[in-house]
Design a protein around this ligand. Structure first.
Ligand code: F6R
Length: 241
């Protein structure tokens, strides 16, 4: 695991975008695993600018998002479908058919999870997975639990995650209580992993992930076992390292 500490959110976003752009430049048909939330917004802005100003080409890129809220339609402004459209997909030349996000409205959830896993395998696996980290150490929506999860599944969100994500909703009561998420095994099968974290509220989770025991109650700690994992974190998130 490599840990780079940077001075600002701007630097974190620029460095992360360079890594993703390098992956796409190196392999035009890269399979990218993507996350949502506040953390990657700056990186997506940088990538959009790289496409518009320097012609970074997404035409052969394939993407798989980590997760989607259960019960939200793609056009719901709180959905991760909507987030990705607004923050990245509307600004680059990615093909609609190359975009994959779990279907939060699927009638048969088990079939949807199997379909998602199969699509990842069919695409040849994820070349580069970008992650954020929850205050509780979650990655994707793999919440602290007695054991690590495996494949894509329907999960209940932690109280703490619902509280943290309430900022995007009119009230905490509106935050969905369940989500479809890639499992830990799916994430660990990515060839490369890039985790981003900024701000003091992530410092404890970052310390536990980097320096703590490998413990399913800190899902991100499993990343210590990945052979090509990079953390880019700002000084505040690094304060306990
Ligand atoms: C979202 C995701 C989550 C977030 C995490 C941090 O797709 O997978 O694990 O990365 O909750 O969210 P922010 O960046 O909003 O602090």
């Amino acid at each position: 695991m490599r840990v780079y500490v940077v001075d600002s959110y701007g630097e974190l976003s620029a460095k992360a975008a360079l890594i993703v752009a390098g992956q796409v430049a190196f392999k035009a048909d890269s399979v990218l695993g993507l996350c949502t939330g506040s953390t990657p917004v700056g990186m997506y802005k940088e990538l959009s600018a790289m496409h518009q100003k320097q012609g970074l080409d997404f035409s052969r890129v394939i993407t798989f998002n980590l997760d989607e809220y259960y019960g939200l339609a793609p056009d719901n402004i709180q959905s991760y479908h909507y987030f990705m459209k607004k923050n990245l997909f509307d600004h680059v030349n990615i093909k609609q058919e190359n975009i994959h996000i779990p279907d939060g409205l699927a009638a048969d959830i088990d079939a949807e999870c199997d379909r998602y896993e199969e699509a990842i395998q069919k695409a040849g696996g994820i070349d580069l997975q970008v992650l954020g980290i929850g205050r509780n150490g979650h990655i994707g929506f793999n919440e602290p639990a007695a054991k690590f999860s495996a494949a894509t599944f329907l999960t209940e969100l932690d109280e703490d995650t619902i509280k943290a994500n309430a900022r995007f909703f009119a009230s905490p009561g509106e935050v969905p209580t369940c989500a479809i998420t890639m499992g830990i095994k799916t994430i660990m099968q990515a060839k490369k992993i890039l985790l981003l974290a900024n701000g003091p509220e992530k410092a404890e989770a970052v310390r536990n992930a980097v320096k703590g025991d490998i413990d399913p109650y800190v899902p991100a700690s499993i990343l210590q076992l990945h052979s090509d994992c990079t953390f880019i974190i700002d000084r505040e998130a690094a304060k306990y390292l």
